[in-house]
Design a protein around this ligand. Structure first.
Ligand code: SF4
Length: 480
């Protein structure tokens, strides 16, 4: 077993996407609202973004779209938003886990077909995308992108030719899809939201004045001054028209205990001010911190969180243990994910560029450092070292998730098993590699408490996949 950590700049996990849709029944333009909604979802994807809008009142329903590589405020200008006229629209922020990071793969996808135009935004990964794609290609389909979202859009368009309504076409297409997907679809006069029957990825409904909104995370509703209406249930298709909201629950699992919400949304991906399926992300992180304090206590002078997702867990640990909570790190929020990474030969470190230690806070102290996860371990080792260099007397690492041991096929880019620090290593070996005085992870059985009993997916920790994993590795590009 390798006893050294190879430095890797990408020692973080990434979410695949965030989706947004809005329909203003009063006919107002929606592009700028989509833009602000996407800004609130930016943490879910920073590689590319896009907006597609349409005018439901016009005679000839035309879709205007703009998308590009980069953050929302890099891709959109006030002039571009001004040019996107329409009272219904969808938006998307993307990080690629299937399909390469190119402008063609940016979403929303806009599809012109026999029955008109569809625009679609997708969050998640299909496990059967290669089969579905091949089936379409044998029938003459030519793909413009390498993403599985286009496979979904094609299947919906194909079903639409036979189905009476677009929502029926979505439900029929869903019968073929396996894996994780939360979808927002704009047809000429309808906004449709759909969530896979396992409920891997979140999706909720909001309302502001006479507009209805579909969005990945409820934090975006707060940003927009909209009210939360309800979550879209796992397996549900909701259709929003001027006549109201209709719901098709025929694809919901009968046995709800088989639902499999991604627990990593609660641990790391989501913003702490979001609430999914009735469970507050902030509360679940606090709960993980409390559990760590109960299961893995240690004497110390201060508890600190690695920002952002470690902070709430650190507060939970502090409240449970009575050890004071403190701030040890200052984060540079302006770096972004696409910053110019220093060369290995440079003295600058990617971690130091993003994070600095408040020396006064840790000098001469026994520090408990709470982080959400350890992937390859290189970042954690650097942070432990930074605390020591700043005068920390002891560094005790507590992780608010269990060790990563298995790949994810549902939209999280967990690296191959050999690259995971916990693969084939004991906790003591990992602690040595990190240079920490002690190390503990969250017990796997505590995950259910974090989700307040909601059925969850824990496959990357337990290897217990909610559905059969794909036979070929679907993570990456479809090159053939
Ligand atoms: S395997 Fe892990 S990251 Fe993937 S959906 Fe399940 S809990 Fe989430």
């Amino acid at each position: 077993m390798n006893n050294e950590l190879n430095f890797n700049f990408e020692d973080e996990l990434h979410e695949e996407c965030g989706v947004f849709g809005i329909y203003d029944f009063d006919g107002g333009d929606v592009a700028s609202t989509i833009y602000y909604g996407l800004l609130a979802l930016q943490h879910r994807g920073q590689e590319s973004c896009g907006i597609a809008v349409s005018d439901t009142c016009g005679f000839k329903v035309k879709v205007s779209a703009h998308k590009g590589m980069g953050l929302c405020n890099e891709v959109f200008t006030p002039e571009i938003l001004e040019g996107l006229r329409g009272d219904i629209g969808v938006g998307h922020v993307r990080y690629s886990t299937a399909g390469s990071s190119t402008r063609e793969n940016a979403q929303p996808l806009v599809l012109n077909y026999l029955k008109g135009t569809l625009a679609m935004a997708h969050n998640g990964n299909l496990v059967n995308a290669p089969e579905l794609r091949r089936e379409l290609e044998y029938n003459g389909a030519i793909f413009q992108t390498t993403i599985d979202s286009e496979v979904i859009a094609y299947h919906i368009a194909r079903e639409r030719v036979k189905a009476a309504t677009v929502e029926a076409a979505v439900a029929n297409a869903m019968k073929k899809l396996k894996g994780a997907y939360s979808l927002v679809i704009m047809s000429p006069r309808k906004m449709i939201g759909a969530r896979d029957p396992y409920g891997f990825k979140p999706l909720c409904i909001g309302k502001r004045d006479n507009s209805y909104i579909l969005v990945s995370e409820s934090c975006a509703l707060d940003t927009l001054g909209a009210e939360f209406v309800r979550d879209v249930c796992p397996g549900e298709v909701v259709t929003i028209t001027k006549e109201g909201i209709t719901s098709d629950t025929s694809l919901c699992l009968v046995d709800k205990s088989k639902e499999a919400r991604c627990i990593f949304e609660y641990i790391y991906f989501a913003r702490p001010d979001s609430v999914f399926d009735g469970v507050s992300v902030y509360h679940s992180r606090m709960c993980a911190g409390r559990a760590l304090a109960m299961d893995s206590p240690v004497e110390a002078d201060i508890v600190v969180g690695v920002p952002e997702s470690g902070n709430a867990a650190a507060l939970g640990y502090s409240l449970q243990s009575g050890i004071p909570y403190g701030t040890a790190f200052v984060k540079n929020s302006y770096v972004g994910r696409t910053f110019i990474k220093p060369k290995q030969s440079n003295r600058e470190s990617a971690v130091r560029i993003k994070l600095n230690v408040l020396k006064e806070a840790v000098m001469g102290k026994r520090v408990i450092m709470i982080d959400d996860s350890i992937v390859r371990g290189t970042t954690s080792a650097l942070i432990v070292n930074m605390l020591r260099e700043s005068g920390a007397k002891e560094v005790h690492v507590r992780i608010s998730s269990p060790p990563f041991l298995h790949p994810c096929y549902f939209g999280t880019d967990i690296p191959n098993e050999e690259q995971l620090i916990a693969h084939n290593r004991t906790i003591d070996e990992i602690r040595d590699l990190l240079g920490a005085d002690s190390l503990s992870y969250l017990n796997t059985d505590r995950l259910n408490e974090m989700a307040e009993g909601l059925p969850i997916c824990t496959a990357c920790f337990s290897g217990d996949y909610p559905m059969e994993p794909p036979k070929e590795d679907i993570r990456g590009e479809y090159t053939e």
